[in-house]
Design a protein around this ligand. Structure first.
Ligand SMILES: [Zn+2]
Length: 205
């Protein structure tokens, strides 16, 4: 294939996306080039808008419009709607739980796990979680981190960080397959893990 440098660059970028290798990236690029007006133009526009307008909330980690404060009504709590907060590793986990309709409450997205590559505990939104639990008078913190070593280490660290606060802390049930990542669980497994979550601390009544 005689590629121009723009095309090579595009193939390189697309093959960085999850689930795509160079082969599928080339097929995507070909599809794009053959549909310049229907695909390339709106895609370029939308990407530019997402880049400009969407960011992660620095307090709760959800995706929000950059222009305004947490529009999700997730961490700028004006009127307290919920008394539970569900702590997850990443946005994909939040979406899985939301789609399954298991949980109605606030979310807190850490942005990774403690020992995953490149993540130190300072990078994760743990301090802001502690602040939220205090400020929003949360009754229960549900730790929905993955059943991996990193996920469990992170859950333990959070439990420890909340040990001086009068709040119930629960963890998803062991219905989670060992090594299971939240975003890959089916709704049934997720539901049973939520229902059977267990209390893991003693600093609340
Ligand atoms: Zn927020």
């Amino acid at each position: 294939m005689q590629n121009t440098s723009e095309i090579e660059e595009l193939v390189k970028l697309i093959s960085k996306l999850p689930g795509l290798g160079p082969k599928s990236a080339k097929r995507i690029v070909l599809k794009l080039i053959n549909n310049r007006d229907e695909l390339v133009k709106p895609l370029a526009k939308t990407l530019a808008e997402v880049y400009k307008n969407i960011s992660r909330c620095k307090i709760c980690g959800v995706l929000k419009s950059s222009a305004i404060e947490c529009s999700y009504d997730n961490c700028k709590v004006i009127q307290r709607k919920y008394n539970q907060i569900c702590v997850v590793e990443n946005i994909a986990d939040q979406w899985s739980i939301e789609n399954s309709n298991i949980f109605k409450g606030y979310f807190h997205i850490l942005g990774g796990t403690i020992s995953s590559v490149g993540h130190k505990k300072e990078d994760l939104l743990i301090n802001s979680l502690i602040e939220r639990v205090k400020k929003d008078k949360i009754d229960e913190v549900i730790l929905a981190t993955s059943a991996t070593v990193e996920g469990q280490t992170t859950a333990f660290y959070i439990q420890d960080s909340l040990s001086n606060i009068d709040v119930k802390i629960t963890k998803l049930a062991q219905g989670l397959p060992v090594g299971g990542e939240i975003e890959n669980l089916d709704d049934g497994t997720l539901l049973s893990a939520f229902k059977n979550r267990s209390k893991i601390n003693s600093n609340s009544s």
